[in-house]
Ligand binder design. Structure first.
Ligand SMILES: *Cc1c(COP(=O)(O)O)cnc(C)c1O
Length: 440
């Protein structure tokens, strides 16, 4: 398992935060250092994921798809079958156990696709914690169904309307809240980014994916796979799948980023190729960030809301620069094609994020021999993407259905209206100390 050197991975990582956050990060780091040596804690975590989230997730061979593509035999690690529909629940359940040990009662989180917010709301309900979720206003529009469920689960969802109104702004806002509340509040970071110890901590919990995968593929084929492919947003599902294999140099590791609609500024989210991103310090850590000429954080695009993050895990940045990880990308069109293929040949509806890994994986498999084995980490399921997918593959019947559904909604108002559906609060309603800032 990968270990940082004082929070650094080669050139990347570290902890660049306001002084006020240092005690909370130090406390977390010390707790983590202690717990990662504690086999009982790992067992407690694994038991929780089994009892609550359906782990271990299966490793599924794709016979029809492999025959169709030719080349390597393709396997899927089925993180889509987790409770809540993606790998993110692994990380939040682990951090939930940490919160209990830290004796804190409130959690905050930032979320892009809404998946991490949903997972955090689920964890908070299960473990009896109060939850506030920051989410970019554009992301809320794209993924309202996740927001709907977060609110039903009792979480306070705060829209962030600054900047590009996506994950990066939500993350700034969450850090601001934490600076004011860290004595009572834990910040549940959603991916392998942010100030140390988060990249390592999130990787530690997500490594349950790779640990299971190693056992399952050994049992199935009697050896390790030739390649493992994962999509890279912040980098947590990729690090989870890759981390037990880092020292097995025969296993090729491929990270697939969002190629979006082209290579223009703001059209993609590719941080690992030469000439796209540069090393910088933002959001509490040092990594490759997409930046404009003035060194401001750049804009991103992906058909998958979970992949349009402007930075990347410092661990992934390091593995990429050191050559251990191969960076690839898939554009929106290739992603939709891969999405369709998986549905048609295997009966599985993948998340659009995961479809990036599929696109990269299919491309890689086609260059390999049919006695080789390639595993794709299927990070999530596609239910949440129904509106985006419906736009990409238009069906008039679907639009008519939505219209009828809207009419039903407005004609028969239910006794219990969802409280904030009509009027998004632009400031947080609860009690944090920086209300004023948000009005400014
Ligand atoms: C959030 C998300 C991702 C991207 O996040 P990582 O931290 O890079 O794993 C990928 N797939 C799904 C389904 C997601 O919800």
């Amino acid at each position: 398992m990968i270990r940082s050197q004082n929070g650094m991975f080669g050139d990347f990582g570290g902890r660049f935060v306001p002084e006020i956050l240092l005690p909370a990060l130090t406390e977390l780091e010390q707790m983590f250092a202690q717990l990662r040596e504690d086999a009982d804690f790992w067992q407690e975590y694994v038991t929780l994921t089994r009892q609550f989230s359906g782990r271990p997730t299966p490793l599924t061979p794709c016979h029809r798809l492999s025959d169709h593509i030719g080349g390597a035999r393709i396997w899927l690690k089925r993180e889509d079958l987790n409770h809540s529909g993606a790998h993110k629940v692994n990380n939040v359940l682990g951090q939930g156990l940490l919160v209990k040990r830290l004796g804190k009662k409130r959690v905050i989180a930032e979320t892009g696709a809404g998946q991490h917010g949903l997972a955090t709301a689920i964890m908070a309900a299960r473990l009896g914690l109060e939850a506030t979720i920051y989410m970019g206003a554009d992301d809320i529009e794209r993924q309202y169904s996740n927001v709907f469920w977060m609110r039903q689960l009792g979480a306070n969802v705060v829209p962030v309307s600054t900047g590009a109104r996506t994950l990066k702004e939500a993350m700034d806002e969450a850090l601001r809240d934490w600076a004011a509340s860290c004595e009572t509040t834990h910040y549940v970071l959603g991916t392998a980014c942010g100030p140390a110890p988060f990249p390592e901590l999130v990787t530690y919990f997500q490594s349950v994916i790779g640990i299971e995968l190693q056992d399952q593929i050994q049992e199935a084929i009697g050896r390790l796979p030739d390649a493992i492919v994962a999509c890279v947003g912040g980098g947590s599902n990729a690090m989870g799948a890759f981390s037990p294999f880092l020292d097995h140099h025969d296993v090729t590791l491929v990270g697939v980023e969002a190629g979006g609609r082209g290579m223009g500024d703001g059209d993609h989210s590719i941080r690992l190729k030469p000439d796209t991103a540069e090393t910088g310090i933002a959001q509490g850590f040092k990594t490759l960030f997409l930046q404009n000429e003035d060194g401001q954080l750049g804009h991103t695009h992906s058909i998958a809301a979970g992949l349009d993050y402007v930075g990347v895990s410092p661990i992934i940045a390091h593995l990429s620069q050191s050559g251990r990880l191969t960076a690839d990308s898939a554009n929106d069109e290739e992603v939709l094609e891969a999405f369709k293929l998986l549905m048609k040949f295997e009966g599985i509806i993948p998340a659009l994020e995961s479809s990036h890994a599929l696109a990269g994986g299919f491309r890689k498999a086609a260059t390999m021999n049919n006695d080789q084995h390639l595993v794709i980490n299927l990070s999530g399921r596609g239910d949440k993407d129904i509106f985006n997918v419906a736009r990409a593959f238009p069906q008039p019947e679907w639009t008519a259905f939505l219209q009828r559904e809207l009419e039903r909604h407005t004609q028969e108002p239910s006794a219990q209206q969802e409280p904030s559906a009509e009027q998004e609060p632009s400031v947080q309603k609860s009690d944090t100390a920086h209300k004023e800032n948000r009005h400014a």
